[in-house]
Write a protein that binds this ligand. Structure first.
Ligand SMILES: [Zn+2]
Length: 304
């Protein structure tokens, strides 16, 4: 029986054109992902070094264990999504070098949202690369000045960031653009911050193309005295952004905090890596969190 099942396994492996022979109990996880999983945990530390791994075709994870940074290799240079914190950006530049690429070839840096854990390293990486930064209209002034927007639900909670003296371009949601040979589309998804963007692009290998979505942080987290209920226009935009996100063509979902999209679980095979419902599910879960948050605010008023 064992011999027969082994023969079947071998036949299946050969039929699939696989160069490796499957061993019973062997892991299907690619070696670079395995190396990542050996170092990092779910909801890990923001500045903890992690090795880079391939997400798909020309798209790589180059962030730390706890904060994502994504490298896309375009026909006309490299594109980096997010920098991590100031100290974390050292891990990002080391990972780009470890993959055999030169930081000087980074032509563009795309921003998710204007908080220090995702863009605190932009000033340093721009100094090394000279790259143009592309950010949401509400995020650009924060990145240039290093100072929080007073409308940000978390304004006052974080230390100022290093101001970015180089080129920062504001982009509008829905306006696709060719950046270093790759077409990127930003979607405005405010709520966690004012200037938040989610980005998507197409990643192609020899067989097919898939849509990768880097969906921004959308948690309704704020300082203690902030009430979302006092800002109905932002709440309306928040919900509209969630609807836009849910409607995206979404094969692989990535998030600035990897665990927000269960990256560790998906990398280790506990949930599908590719899931066309990923964006819809993510958006739906955030919508419920927002509902709960607004209900809590209402109850807090009733209790007064
Ligand atoms: Zn944030």
């Amino acid at each position: 029986m064992f011999a027969r099942s082994l023969a079947l396994t071998l036949a299946a492996a050969l039929a699939a054109g696989s160069a490796t022979v499957a061993h019973e109990g062997a892991s299907d996880v690619a070696p670079d992902r395995q190396a990542w999983l050996e170092v990092c945990e779910d909801w890990d530390e923001w500045d903890k070094p992690a090795p880079p791994y391939r997400i798909h075709a020309n798209t790589y994870y180059v962030g730390t264990c706890g904060i994502a940074a994504i490298l896309v290799v375009g026909g006309d240079g490299l594109i980096l999504l997010d920098s991590g914190t100031e100290p974390g950006s050292k891990v990002v530049s080391d990972n780009i070098a470890a993959l055999g690429y030169d930081i000087a070839d980074v032509k563009a840096m795309l921003v998710s949202h204007e908080h220090f854990d995702h863009v605190g390293g932009m000033a340093r990486l721009q100094q090394l690369s000279g790259a143009t930064i592309y950010a949401g209209q509400g995020a650009s002034p924060v990145i240039r000045s290093g100072k929080a927007d007073p409308r940000d639900p978390q304004a006052g909670m974080h230390e100022p960031m290093q101001p970015v003296p180089g080129s920062v371009r504001s982009v509008k949601g829905g306006e696709s653009g060719m950046i270093a040979g790759v077409v990127f589309t930003p979607t405005t998804t405010p709520g966690h911050t004012i200037g938040a963007l989610s980005w998507h692009w197409s990643s192609c290998d020899a067989v097919s193309c898939i849509s990768i979505v880097y969906a921004d942080s959308l948690s309704p987290v704020s300082r203690d005295d902030y009430r979302y209920s006092d800002h109905p226009a932002l709440v309306a935009e928040y919900r509209a952004g969630l609807a836009r996100l849910a409607a995206l063509d979404c094969d692989v979902l990535l998030t600035p905090h990897p665990s927000a999209s269960e990256m560790v679980k998906r990398m280790s095979g506990g949930a599908p890596w590719t899931n066309p419902d990923g964006c819809k599910n993510y958006s739906g879960a955030i919508g419920l969190r927002l509902d709960r948050r607004l209900a809590e605010e209402e109850r807090a008023v009733d209790d007064r």
